[in-house]
Design a protein around this ligand. Structure first.
Ligand code: URA
Length: 207
């Protein structure tokens, strides 16, 4: 399974701060932005490259640059929005698609309420952004929507994942790369990740 768990002291340190219930909204937002940059760094390791030649002040240098830069970030509203700025810092040329999906609190099933994709989405590599992979329902529905729109290459960037979500996601999307900073123990009866960090959207937006 294409699962990458990012194992790095900076990530572990930042994740500890995110988990801490004492961490306030402004700091939480900042850390989500920083940690999203670090996940993006790992998730873009295989972006296609091409040869390039530039002149340094000293000599000609044979180098490489990114090919095409056809990328779309796809935050799942609303918590995914907290990851956009960090990823855009590294990929400023990316377009941003939006997918509005909320999890019905009773049925714990995804309900779609908004989609807005760039018209050339089928030519772009897509990075779905959603900090918490809990049941896997919303991320899976987002990946399905992108596939139906003709997207060929998709990765899912999350901060914390739970085993049931990972399993469901890979059952439905075995070819989508999943990047996470931690795999937690379980879900509680309300579908929250345990120990997790609480409701990521509420902590990002102060609701
Ligand atoms: N969404 C969250 O924000 N937190 C969880 O623990 C699970 C889903």
């Amino acid at each position: 399974m294409p699962l990458t768990v990012l194992d790095h002291p900076l990530i572990e340190h930042k994740l500890t701060e995110l988990r801490d219930r004492q961490t306030g909204v402004a700091k939480f937002r900042d850390i989500v932005r920083e940690i999203s940059m670090l996940i993006c760094y790992e998730a873009t390791k295989k972006l296609p490259m091409q040869d390039a030649v530039v002149n340094t002040p000293v000599a000609e240098a044979r180098c490489r640059t990114l090919t095409g830069k056809k990328i779309a970030l796809v935050p799942i509203l609303r918590a995914g929005l907290g990851m956009v700025d960090g990823v855009l810092n590294l990929l400023p040329f990316a377009k941003v698609a939006h997918i509005g999906l909320y999890r019905d609190p009773e049925a714990l099933k995804p309900v779609a309420y908004y989609y807005k994709l760039p018209p050339d989405i089928d030519e772009r590599e897509c990075f779905i952004l959603d900090p918490m992979l809990a049941t896997g329902g919303t991320a899976s529905a987002a990946a399905k929507y992108l596939r139906n729109a003709g997207v060929k290459k998709i990765s899912l960037l999350t901060i914390i994942a739970a085993p049931p979500g990972i399993e469901k996601f890979f059952d439905e999307h075995p070819d989508v790369g999943l990047y996470t900073c931690a795999v937690d123990e379980s879900l509680n009866e309300h579908g929250y990740i345990v120990p997790g960090l609480g409701d990521a959207g509420d902590r990002i937006f102060g609701t």
